[in-house]
Structures are given as C-alpha cells and as structure tokens.
Design a protein around this ligand. Structure first.
Ligand code: PMV
Length: 316
C-alpha cells in the first residue's frame, strides 16, 4: 500500500428490482435488474494503512458483511490489513442503498490505495460480492445487472447525459430497517407463495424496461417501474412472517404523487427495502415535487437528486 485513498460513490435506484439470490455466497441475483445512479446522496470511503478497523460515520463498527468482504479481498489479492473510514450524508440501513454506495466506494478506494489497476468490470464484481446492488453503483447513469451462466454481468447502458430525470428522495424514517435485505430475500424465497411468479415477471419487466429507457418513454418506464416495485412489496408481504417495509407516511407520499400525476405532473414512484419513497420526475419538475412532498405530514426530509456519476477516486 503506497498511501491512503478516498473514493466517493452514490446510491442507485432500481427501476426493475432485484429481490432474491441464486447464489448467497457469490451474491448472484436470481433475476435481472436495471437502475439509475443518483447524485447528492453519497458515501465517502477512505482506505488507510494499519489496523483493520471500520469507522462508519464516526463510530467504530463490527459489520459482518464488510468483515467478510475485506477478509476475502485480502486473501484473494494477497493484501495487508487496512482500515476503513466511511461517511454518508444520508441514513444507513434504511432502504436508501447505503450498502450499494458503500461497497462501490470501498472497492474503488482499495483499488486506488493498492494500485491494483482494476477494470470497471472487476470493481463491479468486487462491489457485488459485498452487496449485489453495489455492482450497479460503480457506473453512472443507467445500468443493468444480469445473472449469466452461474455468474453475473453488469453493463453501463446509458451515461448520465442520456436523460435529465430528477429523483426526489422522501425520507420517512431514519431508523435502521428491522430485517436486512439479505435476510428478507431468504425469507421470501423460502416462504412467499408469489416468489416464483415475481422472478418470471422481472425477466419480462427487464426486457420491456431497456427499450423504454433507450427511447426515454417516461410513461412506459413509470408504468413498468411502479408495478415492478409493488409486485416486489407484494412478495414481501406474502412471506411468513410477513415483511412490511412501509410506514403510514410511505402511503401518504404515494397518495400525494398520484394526485400530482392526476394534475398533469409527470412523476412516478419506486420504493426499496425500507419506508422511503423515490419520486422520479420529468420536465424539470423535481423542485416543485420536492416542495409538495416536504409538506406531507411525516416526511422528515426530501432531497432533490439528478442522475449521478459512477464511483470515483477523490484523493488520499
Ligand atoms: O444489494 P442489496 O442486498 O442491498 O439488495 C437490494 C435490494 C433492493 O434495493 C430492494 C432492490 C435493488 O435492486 O436495488
């Protein structure tokens, strides 16, 4: 290790979601997904020589996922111990893709600190081993993640200049979610009667989403994204015991977005494994939508984001 290195990465928002693993160790999703990386929310991660401690937002933490990841990369690439200092400007573990941003920033910092010269595909593979959705945050713009022949392929579909969408992230709780994505996926696979049909529908949604994003067909993208999101939550609610990631404000935000759409604003929503709502907006209406969502009782914060860049080195 020549010196420390710091990298920045952003969360990505899946328009066609991944929920279910074919391989729990290699983190290979059972179905293809398609996302857009956002800006504004970010993880800054510094890798430095010395002890193998992990400082997250100023607190020393023992995170089994991060520990397994660092053990693995050190073993496979013969690296010495290194410390990690990571900070995020948004709540972690609450459905805002903090692990996606975190692992994408971490591998980018490790690559730089140890001068490993990884390709984007290699960084994406390493990020995926931490958290499958992190594979997509290596890239800016629109990205696909597809299981293929017992492995996985990530493709940068369109850069951030392809489409000037805005995303308003409505934060409805800063608490950590009670059931992690990994645990939730296992529970759904084992107990939800809707799991098999969910996987099949993801293949169909993915096939339809790609050309819809390519042709910037906002209405079609919104239709596919909303029904894909609601189907994922139906699978979760059908699990035993049921998994309900929403709170009352989640529904209130959906309601106000539907009213805005009825009034002619081009907007659609999506929700991940947590109670936060992401409103995707066309026509530069993001600031207006943010003001509306801020006024919904229970919304703690509404952040206006644009399509963002991929993970990158920020210095030492
Ligand atoms: O990569 P994970 O384990 O954080 O799971 C991500 C799951 C969703 O955010 C709900 C969907 C997705 O494709 O990002």
């Amino acid at each position: 290790m020549t010196s420390s290195a710091t990298a920045e990465a952003h969360p990505n928002i899946a328009l066609v979601k991944y929920w279910g693993k074919e391989d729990d160790v290699l983190n290979i999703p059972s179905s293809p997904s398609l996302s857009l990386t956002i800006d504004r929310l970010s993880a800054h991660t510094r890798v430095l020589p010395g002890s193998d401690s992990f400082l997250l937002n100023g607190e020393l933490v023992q995170d089994p996922k991060t520990r397994a990841w660092t053990d693995r990369i050190r073993r496979e690439l013969h690296l010495p111990a290194f410390g990690i200092e990571s900070s995020t400007n948004f709540p972690v573990g609450s459905g805002l893709a903090s692990s996606a941003a975190g692992f994408a920033a971490l591998v980018t910092a490790v690559d730089s600190a140890f001068e490993l010269g990884m390709s984007d595909a290699e960084r994406s593979r390493w990020a995926r081993l931490g958290s499958a959705s992190a594979a997509r945050s290596i890239f800016g713009g629109f990205c696909a993640l597809e299981p293929r022949d017992g492995d996985c392929e990530t493709s940068a579909l369109f850069g951030r200049s392809h489409w000037d969408l805005e995303v308003v992230v409505a934060v409805t709780s800063r608490r950590r979610k009670p059931v992690s994505s990994t645990e939730g996926m296992v529970r759904c696979k084992e107990t939800s009667p809707y799991f098999a049909s969910w996987l099949q529908s993801c293949g169909e949604d993915f096939a339809a989403m790609r050309p819809a994003v390519a042709s910037k067909d906002f209405e079609h993208v919104g239709e596919i994204a909303e029904s894909n999101c609601l189907r994922m939550h139906a699978v979760m609610m059908g699990a035993v015991p049921p998994l309900v990631y929403w709170n009352a404000t989640t529904l209130a935000v959906i309601d106000s977005l539907v009213l805005l759409r009825e009034a002619g604003i081009r907007v659609f929503y999506t929700i991940d494994a947590g109670p936060q709502v992401k409103a995707v907006c066309a026509d530069g209406s993001g600031a207006f939508v943010r003001e509306r969502l801020r006024k919904v009782p229970g919304v703690l914060e509404a952040v206006l984001c644009r399509v963002g860049e991929g993970a990158r080195v920020k210095g030492n």
